[in-house]
Design a binder for this molecule. Structure first.
Ligand SMILES: Nc1ncnc2c1ncn2[C@@H]1O[C@H](COP(=O)(O)OP(=O)(O)OP(=O)(O)O)[C@@H](O)[C@H]1O
Length: 362
């Protein structure tokens, strides 16, 4: 089952200059701030990140092409799922969007503001509105801090409370929102279960009242039953607070369940993006198709049919042409190994874009 993606944006590109209908509006009827015509909360434009690598003193410097020309948007109240194999660039892209790392090329507009053009003071203020929840609730929480300190830290840094009492009330409120009792405030992370710890990580993000959260594999380290609880919690919070979410996961089933739209990454590039039902249902890109076919679906009751053939290429020396062509069953010599396919809509106005010379249609 997928979340309703509502009306797809009518424009060809994913980074509209003009406002267009909010794709999450239909999924959140009556949801706060989901007015049609609203501009995207987050717009990533041509983001690339190349890391220099030196393989020997005399060798020419080369680059890991972690993310290449990623363009997408996220609305308030909307979840964009980001899937792909390990090393495809998902985490790097999540960090680029938050400007936790600097892009080599490209820019991010947050609520219309170019993050690279902000003063450090303005960027600090903007940072409150953009949070991240990491995969590992063990590693991401300071074991020497109590829940009050962990959840209250951002409130103090951003001076959101006028008194200690108000700070306490805000911590309590954040804990309650994630289903934890306020009387747990003086506990330490090691006294909690994995699921409770991840709730604390979410409470920490929520405490500063953000508009947008990057969830980087937020449930991958948790047991299946706890995964469902955390996913449901994120959905409830999103509905209540109209949060924009970038939900990064290698687990297609989770992404299919939580996302209004999905972006598929391969070797640093977005190769398919669109409403979840379109991407998961039609699977136009041969990589998307292979990825779904390699994933068992609980709802469809299927078993994994086959593994994705071949190994992912190197991000240091990616293949010419389409980066997926060496593994692709539809690859044509002289075309796919030479020319990079643009990310384009097959059906104009569908909001579903594919980077493939010979997309799967049936
Ligand atoms: N600081 C860095 N220096 C050099 N290369 C890096 C750095 N960070 C990431 N990379 C490389 O960039 C590519 C993308 O990595 P990234 O962690 O973004 O992928 P991912 O899809 O999130 O993978 P995973 O699911 O395993 O976390 C990989 O080839 C990785 O080795």
């Amino acid at each position: 089952m997928t979340r309703d993606s509502g009306s797809p944006p009518p424009t060809q590109r994913d980074e509209p200059a003009a406002p267009h209908p909010h794709p999450a509006a239909a999924a959140h009827p009556g949801g706060a701030e989901s007015a049609p015509g609203e501009r995207p909360l987050v717009q990533a434009e041509g983001l690339s990140k190349f890391y220099p690598v030196q393989r020997g003193a005399l060798a020419k410097p080369s680059f890991v092409q972690a993310v290449v020309e990623a363009t997408f948007h996220v609305y308030r109240g909307e979840t964009l799922g980001l899937v792909g194999e390990s090393g495809s660039g998902k985490s790097t892209l999540g960090r680029l969007v938050l400007r936790l790392i600097e892009p080599t090329v490209g820019r991010v507009l947050f609520d219309g503001h170019d993050l690279s053009a902000l003063s450090s003071r303005a960027l600090r203020a903007m940072r409150r509105r953009m949070q991240i929840v990491f995969q590992d609730p063990y590693g991401s929480l300071n074991p020497r801090m109590t829940l009050r300190e962990i959840v209250g830290e951002g409130i103090v840094i951003h001076r959101l409370a006028r008194s200690r009492d108000e700070e306490t009330a805000m911590v309590e409120d954040a804990l309650q929102k994630v289903g934890l009792r306020p009387d747990m405030m003086e506990r330490f992370p090691h006294e909690l279960s994995g699921g409770q710890r991840q709730r604390v990580a979410i409470a920490r993000a929520l405490a500063v009242r953000p508009d947008f959260i990057v969830c980087d594999e937020p449930v991958s380290a948790l047991d299946l039953s706890v995964q469902a609880q955390i996913v449901n919690l994120l959905e409830e919070l999103q509905d209540e607070l109209s949060l924009g979410l970038l939900f990064i996961s290698h687990d297609l089933r989770v992404v299919e369940h939580v996302s209004h739209r999905v972006a598929v990454m391969y070797l640093g590039r977005i190769v398919e993006i669109g409403p979840t039902q379109g991407v998961a249902g039609r699977r136009h890109h041969p990589y998307t198709r292979a990825l779904f076919e390699a994933t068992p679906s609980i709802e469809r009751g299927s078993k994994a049919r086959r593994l994705l053939p071949g190994a992912p290429g190197s991000a240091i020396n990616p293949p010419d042409g389409c980066v997926f062509h060496p593994r692709c069953r539809r690859s044509e010599e002289g075309k796919c190994d030479v020319e990079i396919p643009p990310l384009e809509e097959l059906v104009p106005g569908s909001g579903h874009r594919v980077a493939c010379w010979y997309p799967e249609i049936e």
